[in-house]
Design a protein around this ligand. Structure first.
Ligand code: MGD
Ligand code: MGD
Ligand code: SF4
Ligand code: MO
Length: 711
């Protein structure tokens, strides 16, 4: 199949670099498809049908020619020798990764037969789609796939693994994903990176902060470990994990006590200020210091900075909400800009996520009306439990855009579920990931640059169009094409399952959201990147909260059984597992994507490390560079120790979602993480995980791993 349109780059994004000899090939505009807030505008050079070079689009107002190492290395990923190029059927035991090549006809026939048998005997709910945002394009991540599974009557999936708790916490206050225009943050005078490792995870926000710093801004980082961002901050506050909600209460306490609030903004744009004042009254800096591990004077000083450096901007990261009470932590922080009226100033305010503005017409895009009857919803954070114990049982699992055997919490249980002999598992991916190893059918996926798609960012305010720059590799198919063809084979005749990419995009753009008014198919074709019509940030007075205002006290929270005003709940480690394990993203992978690119593995030190404080290491006889066993009630895994004061006593940090490595006897770190749900939104609590660590010694029989003691 030849892509619909393979066009050279438009002049606006092309701006050829001044190299002495012109490199071979043609530049094409592209969009970074990864689940990263920056959603960069790219230009990619294609020579002899292969992507050979990737650069940031020089003229894009946010990308401005800069991109990360991961995506510079994308040619290696796209043309990786291990890419899956043909449909495969399992030929060995589940999990073995042994497959034989089959045709698409055979693959479709098998899926149709299995799905129809399940529909006839158990009903559609016995089929579960499992997907996330391996590719952020709406057609491939939440378009034709959703239509297909709705029509099938499959169980629905609550896609909660990333930001569900924090997004809900923010939503209670602000009504949705409405924050500051990041381009305005060059005007900020104080930038707080709060649980956000922007240097690695949101590099253009970091570049904007550097520009603000040149104009006099201060950069403050609040994090549990000295990450790459903290190293470059003007002030780094090292906080105990999961205590951010308490710090926010302390800041509000000081702001209100000192009268450092904006009464007219509060009166005009908020509700519940009196209730908030009563709620924060007990949280003195001394009390907050005791819980957060900070000093009382630091709490006072931060409050003073926040009150006096206007505009002040808070980048609320994802890290602080991957905790048991992560929803409330974000809820508390999201009240701060309202107290000092920061939303009035260009460069003031906060960003948790900006997805609210590009509000596609979701009904038109995903067509939930195709569901033949109401069905259950399964929380993706509890995939293991669902595969092992759901009633009625899940008989077929269809995984795409995701790698749950590595990224989901409690992967030992996920894998136990994937081993079920009676489970029919289809995986659609570009690689034989750890998840794909368990597939009965493994289908080859195109990379995003082989497809047409539409992208928004959950941080900046541009909507971008991708047209294919290379043809589908091998026999790979996009998610869009796969589900459309599968629908046809299933005998579904609905028009919604036959539409073209352009038709679906046009429908998604038929939205009542005013910010999308500027975005049309025609403009996207001509300009590639179109800015949303956001005028000065959140729609104050017309927020989609019940009152239309910023809700400092939220009746909806009370109705949901939560405290209507900011509050804090402490979590204490169990005596048996005294170390809190934070398994955070690393610099060179994107979740588990890119973890199979050798150069990027090397850049991360070649293997996964666990950072331990010298006191914790000494107490356990652990030295830097040695193999250690990290375990809890769920699993035991091997990692390598790095002894460093970048972490606090009682905390260990392991960066990056590495795949299994049989040679090193290593399993993915999520075997250890908690499948408990957060306080809000059914969110994940990866970081409320407690472990013990001990040295591992090489024995004649290999590494001594004594799992059986603890299982
Ligand atoms: N290089 C790279 N970039 C990425 C990703 C990646 O894997 N690699 N992943 C992408 C995705 S899907 C997402 S959601 C974003 C996530 O990116 P961020 O929003 O930056 O969130 P995290 O990296 O999960 O965590 C950020 C920081 O929070 C800290 N943290 C953990 N617990 C706490 C706490 O209790 N309090 C405080 N204050 N800090 C805490 C962690 O130590 C970490 O340094 O990044 C995206 N970009
Ligand atoms: N311990 C711990 N676990 C975490 C996190 C953490 O911080 N700590 N972070 C969590 C977060 S924030 C997130 S968002 C999740 C991310 O979890 P996932 O969304 O599962 O992310 P990836 O690991 O990047 O896996 C995406 C997969 O999609 C595939 N893919 C890419 N493009 C396409 C396509 O067009 N079609 C198909 N069919 N497949 C495609 C890729 O090859 C890759 O295997 O992980 C979560 N897991
Ligand atoms: S991963 Fe993020 S920073 Fe890197 S190119 Fe993609 S959008 Fe840009
Ligand atoms: Mo995420």
């Amino acid at each position: 199949m030849v892509p619909e349109t393979v066009r050279p780059v438009s002049p606006a994004l092309a701006e050829t670099s001044l190299s002495i000899s012109e490199p071979a090939g043609e530049w094409h505009p592209a969009v970074c498809p990864l689940d990263c807030p920056d959603t960069c505008a790219l230009r990619v050079r294609v020579a002899d049908g292969r992507v050979v070079e990737v650069q940031g689009a020089p003229n894009h107002p946010v990308t401005r020619g800069h991109i990360c190492h991961k995506v510079r290395r994308f040619p290696e990923r796209i043309h990786h020798p291990e890419r899956v190029l043909y449909p495969l059927r399992r030929s060995g035991p589940k999990g073995s990764g042994q497959f034989v090549r089959i045709t698409w006809d055979e693959a479709y026939a098998e899926m149709v037969e299995r799905f129809q048998a399940i529909l006839a005997t158990a009903g559609g709910e016995a089929i579960l789609p499992y997907s996330f945002y391996g590719n952020m394009g709406i057609l491939n991540a939440e378009g034709m796939d959703r239509r297909f599974f709705h029509r099938l009557g499959a169980s629905r999936l609550a896609r909660t693994i990333c930001n569900a708790a924090g997004a809900q916490g923010y939503e209670y206050t602000m009504g949705g994903g409405y924050g500051t225009d990041p381009e305005d943050t060059v005007h900020s005078r104080l930038i707080l990176f709060w649980g956000c490792n922007a240097v690695s995870t949101n590099m253009h926000q970091w570049l904007l902060a550097l520009e603000a710093r040149k104009r006099g801004a201060q950069i403050v980082v609040i994090d549990v470990h000295r990450n790459r961002t903290a190293r470059q901050a003007d002030w780094f506050l090292q906080i105990r994990p999961g205590t951010d909600g308490l710090l926010a209460l302390g800041l509000m306490h000081v702001l209100i006590r000192e009268g450092w609030v904006d009464p007219s903004f509060i009166a005009q744009h908020t509700t519940g200020f009196a209730e908030l004042c009563a709620a924060v009254q007990p949280y003195s800096p001394e009390l907050v210091a005791a819980g957060t591990g900070l000093r009382a004077e630091d709490v006072e000083h931060l409050a003073r900075l926040y009150a006096t450096c206007t505009p002040a901007f808070i980048r609320i990261g994802n890290g602080l909400q991957h905790h048991r009470y992560g929803g409330m932590a974000v809820r508390n922080i999201s009240c701060l800009p309202a107290l000092t009226g920061q939303w009035q100033y260009r460069g003031g305010g906060a960003i948790k996520g900006n997805s609210g503005y590009a509000a596609w017409n979701k009904q038109a895009l995903q067509r939930p009306d195709l569901l033949p009857r109401p069905v259950r919803t399964i929380n993706m954070n509890q995939l293991g439990e669902a595969l092992l114990h759901a009633h009625p049982p899940i008989l077929a699992l269809f995984i795409y855009n995701a790698n749950p055997a590595v990224v989901a919490p409690d992967t030992a249980r996920v894998r136990e579920g994937l081993l079920r002999p009676d489970l029919f598992t289809v995986v659609h991916d570009l690689f034989i990931t750890d998840t794909a190893r368990y597939a009965d059918l493994l289908l080859p996926a195109t990379s995003s640059w082989e497809n047409l798609d539409l992208y928004k960012s959950y941080w900046h305010l541009y909507v971008q169009l991708q047209t294919p720059v290379i043809p589908p590799q091998g026999e790979a198919k996009s998610n869009f094409t796969l589900f459309k063809e599968l629908a046809q084979r299933m005998g579904f005749t609905d028009k919604a399952l036959q539409e073209t990419e352009e038709e679906v995009i046009r429908q998604a753009l038929q939205s009542t959201a005013p910010w999308l008014a500027s975005v049309t198919w025609e403009r996207l074709q001509a300009e590639r990147s179109v800015k949303l019509a956001v005028d000065g940030g959140p729609p104050l007075g017309k927020l989609p909260t019940p009152s239309g205002n910023i809700e400092l006290s939220s009746p909806r929270m009370a109705a949901a059984g939560l405290s209507p005003v900011p509050t804090y709940t402490a979590v204490t480690p169990p005596a048996r597992f005294p170390l809190q394990l934070l398994t955070v993203p690393n610099h060179h992978f994107l979740n588990s994507t890119c973890a199979n690119v050798a150069a990027l593995q090397q850049a991360e030190g070649g293997r996964p490390y666990v950072d331990l404080h010298p006191d914790d290491a000494a107490a356990r006889g652990i030295v830097s560079g040695s193999a250690v066993r990290v375990w809890n009630e769920r699993a035991a895994i091997r990692l390598w120790a790095r002894v460093t004061t970048d972490v606090q006593p009682g905390v260990c940090v392991c960066q990056g979602l590495w795949w299994d490595d049989a040679a090193q006897g290593r399993t993915a770190v999520n075997a250890l993480t908690s499948p408990e749900l957060a306080d809000m939104g059914g969110g994940a609590t990866f970081f409320t995980t407690f472990v013990e660590v001990e040295p591992l010694h090489r024995t004649d029989g290999g590494w001594a791993l004594r799992d059986e003691r603890f299982r």
